[in-house]
Design a protein around this ligand. Structure first.
Ligand SMILES: Cc1ncc(COP(=O)(O)O)c(C=O)c1O
Length: 376
């Protein structure tokens, strides 16, 4: 039995995911956190930090920075300088700050994690969208749609890499095409790489956009965090990597007065996650892979619903349009399953299922999924 098989009761806790359906028999497979305990090394680091008993304002320390540098180099072959790091309480903050740091309009590829759609608006920037193409071979960028969505005002491309919700781990060639597009149109690329530690396909690896070339690095803002991979998003610790000094100053300037310090528990957890949680991470990926296979087989075995392969993330993006439901998310809730509504991602008729949970929870959820499909 794996440690990940152990259900932990989150009902009645502070969990956003579980609280939505309090008092109802609905399994929540929506918000993107996992129902797993944090790695043992993270727990030990948090206990040590709590034992200190003083929780004043804090900031990063040398061995923490070193753990980030070492992690990026060993996992992604990406060598960065400590000065390029800007600590943040979260990636959504980073997306919003990136929009405020530019003067022009913003471009993104849909369907997409909802804050990509709201951040430009909150920052008073225009947003243009280019649909991703759903092909026989899976989800891909549609380069003519991207080019058509760019105009003289466009200054920032919000890239989701790996992509939430379609689960793509963009390849080097695909990233090089994005880099060429950025170069040709003088765009800054803000690459949200929060899911980079969750590559499920054994033959794929995450390539940070900024690691492609010095030119790509110069126009990049990379957003990362240990939060998704090590299941500590509630600890609010993330960072941007911005190699270009001027761009980094613009970003830091846009943060002034509105972005708080990163909490000290998040910082302690980050170091332990990156430095001491490799074994836990390897076991997690194996577990998620098996969950992914179960979800794919079940979904693609039902009539009227389908999904492409999930290369990365613990999120399945499911096309339920053929079921002909007026309100798909409500229909599945009525059958005891709480999924994310695709409409929020710019794609009505789709649902997102989070499979970051113990196998027993997933099996029950998939039974409910099949019942809901057949009842449509
Ligand atoms: C692509 C992406 N970016 C950002 C976030 C959230 O980041 P944070 O909680 O650090 O603001 C999520 C969470 O689901 C996500 O999927």
């Amino acid at each position: 039995m794996s440690a990940f098989d152990q259900p932990i009761d989150r009902r009645g806790s502070d969990s956003e995911k579980w609280r939505r359906y309090a008092g109802r028999d609905v399994l929540p497979l929506w918000v993107a956190d996992m129902d797993f305990a944090a790695p043992p090394a993270v727990m030990a680091a948090l206990h040590r930090r709590i034992e200190h008993r003083v929780f004043g304002y804090g900031g990063p320390w040398p061995s923490l920075t070193e753990s980030v540098l070492a992690h990026l180099e060993s996992e992604y072959d990406w060598r960065i300088e400590a000065d390029w790091i800007v600590w943040l309480p979260g990636l959504v903050t980073g997306l919003n700050v990136a929009c405020r740091a530019v003067d022009g309009a913003v471009l993104t590829a849909t369907p997409i994690y909802p804050p990509f759609l709201s951040a430009p608006h909150f920052s008073g920037r225009k947003l243009s969208r280019a649909e991703l193409a759903c092909t026989e071979d899976g989800w891909q960028f549609d380069h003519s749609a991207l080019k058509a969505a760019i105009n003289a005002e466009t200054e920032l491309f919000l890239l989701c890499h790996p992509h939430n919700p379609v689960g793509r781990c963009w390849s080097r060639d695909e990233l090089l095409e994005i880099a060429a597009l950025a170069e040709a149109n003088d765009l800054i690329v803000c690459s949200d790489e929060i899911h980079c530690g969750l590559i499920l396909d054994a033959d794929k690896r995450h390539i940070p956009f900024a690691s492609l070339s010095p030119e790509a690095a110069r126009r990049s803002i990379t957003l990362m965090a240990p939060s998704k991979t090590f299941n500590i998003p509630g600890l609010g610790c993330a960072f941007a990597v911005i190699p270009d000094t001027q761009l980094r100053h613009r970003f830091a300037h846009a943060m002034r007065g509105i972005v708080p310090h990163v909490n000290v528990l998040g910082l302690a957890a980050c170091e332990a996650a990156y430095r001491d949680s490799g074994d836990w991470h390897r076991e997690l990926i194996g577990y998620l892979r098996a969950n992914r296979d179960l979800v794919t087989a079940t979904v693609n075995g039902e009539k009227g619903v389908k999904m492409k392969s999930v290369e990365a993330t613990y999120l399945a993006w499911i096309d339920v349009r053929e079921l002909g439901l007026a309100k798909p998310a409500t229909h599945f809730e009525a059958h005891g399953l709480g999924l994310s509504d695709g409409a929020d991602f710019g794609a009505p008729g789709w649902l997102r299922l989070n499979f970051g949970c113990p196998r027993s929870t997933l099996e029950e959820a998939l039974k409910r999924f099949s019942t809901a499909c057949r009842a449509a």
